[in-house]
Design a protein around this ligand. Structure first.
Ligand code: HEM
Length: 143
């Protein structure tokens, strides 16, 4: 409800990206929409077959909150540990990352926020992707 006037190109350095986006309610919406997209994608759903979605969503929300400078801490497992053995492909990772940035744009995240999240996606990719046989056009994939 607050900060709705922070659209446009002005930098609002005092506000965290979390606050600029609209806080917890927006994060929750983003995660809901993200898993809506994932659940509708036949190429991804196999990963989530026996996963407890509410718990996963709560963890994802906490992680996004932390990544965007919001309050509280992430208490889930280390990302490498959580994804170990899932054999997530580079391609599927790119798909999910694309869904996440699309959802953020839908929720009026500005380019700065989308860029920050994209940076995080690039930074954590090595902890999540295990299968590199389908190179995609991910920038900076050096190796
Ligand atoms: C885009 C970056 C990603 C982030 C930030 C992320 C984040 C997370 C988080 C926070 C958890 C919960 C960790 C915990 O249980 O404590 C998790 C679990 C999980 N993630 Fe991801 N994830 C990402 C990409 C993916 C992708 C691309 C897939 C599959 C296509 C995936 C599949 C899963 C599955 C199946 C679990 C549950 C594992 C289990 O409980 O055994 N994740 N992820």
């Amino acid at each position: 409800m607050s900060n709705s006037e922070t659209t446009g190109g002005t930098r609002t350095a005092e506000l965290s990206y979390y606050a600029q986006l609209g806080g917890a309610a927006t994060i929750r919406q983003a995660v809901d929409r993200l898993y809506g997209l994932i659940g509708a994608d036949d190429s991804l759903i196999r990963y989530f077959d026996h996963v407890h979605l509410p718990t996963l969503k709560a963890h994802m929300a906490a992680l996004l909150t932390m990544a965007l400078g919001g309050p509280g801490g992430y208490e889930g497992r280390d990302l490498a540990e959580a994804h170990h053995g899932l054999k997530i492909t580079e391609r599927d990772y790119a798909t999910v990352g694309g869904y996440l940035t699309a959802v953020l744009r839908e929720l009026d995240a500005g380019t700065e926020i989308v860029a920050a999240v994209t940076e995080i996606l690039t930074a954590v990719r090595g902890q999540i992707v295990e299968v590199f046989d389908q190179p995609t056009s991910v920038p900076g994939a050096g190796g």
